[in-house]
Design a protein around this ligand. Structure first.
Ligand SMILES: [Zn+2]
Length: 198
């Protein structure tokens, strides 16, 4: 398991499982989970690589053979630091479908959080496509005050999100006063959803 990019992920029953990044990437590409006795191997020798065309299926025997081959040959294809379109796509899918936090991706792929954020929002590598995370928008003073006032008067955050074209987390930070703390306007806590007040 050493040298591979790993994620700690929660399954449906809430248990934490350690998953290998290249295996998750492979499963996302083919659209289903793989049987436990199946290995996803690298044709390159870069263990954190998630390029789909560098991955292939194998069994335990092939895995051992593969490891010994690579140990002997010290073969290393160029794909480590350099980012590939398929890796970008895999990262976007990992976040969208598996809810992996961006900072986890930064750790696993050894990139700065700024670069990961640029990839996820499409500020970088936009042409690759895939699911993008809503970009943080620069709002004006007027808009911030409007958001706070609308929210305080009972407008739901989903509607504000659409009207002002910003993401849910940005709306919440504005109404709680975490963003734009120097600005006035009513501060609120998010409306409790379906939870009776005690
Ligand atoms: Zn590779």
């Amino acid at each position: 398991m050493n040298g591979y990019g790993k994620f700690a992920m929660k399954n449906e029953t809430g248990q934490t499982k350690i998953r290998l990044a290249h295996r998750v990437a492979y499963e996302l590409e083919v659209g289903h989970e793989l049987p436990h006795d199946t290995f996803v191997l690298h044709s390159c020798d870069v263990r954190e690589c998630v390029r789909f065309d560098h991955l292939f299926l194998g069994n335990q025997k092939m895995n051992m053979h593969d490891a010994s081959q690579k140990g002997r040959l010290r073969f290393k294809r160029e794909c480590g630091r350099k980012l590939w379109a398929s890796s970008v796509l895999a990262m976007r899918h990992m976040v969208a479908k598996q809810k992996i936090p961006g900072k986890e991706l930064a750790r696993v792929f050894r990139m700065s959080p700024t670069n990961v954020s640029a990839i996820l929002t499409g500020r970088a590598w936009a042409w690759v496509g895939g699911p993008l995370r809503p970009r943080r928008k620069r709002l004006g003073v007027e808009e911030v005050l409007n958001i706070r006032e609308f929210y305080a008067s009972g407008v739901r955050s989903g509607i504000l999100r659409r009207q002002f074209g910003v993401g849910e987390s940005q709306i919440l930070r504005i109404i709680k006063g975490e963003d734009w703390p120097m600005l006035g306007g009513p501060r609120s806590l998010p409306h409790p959803l379906g939870r009776p007040r005690t």
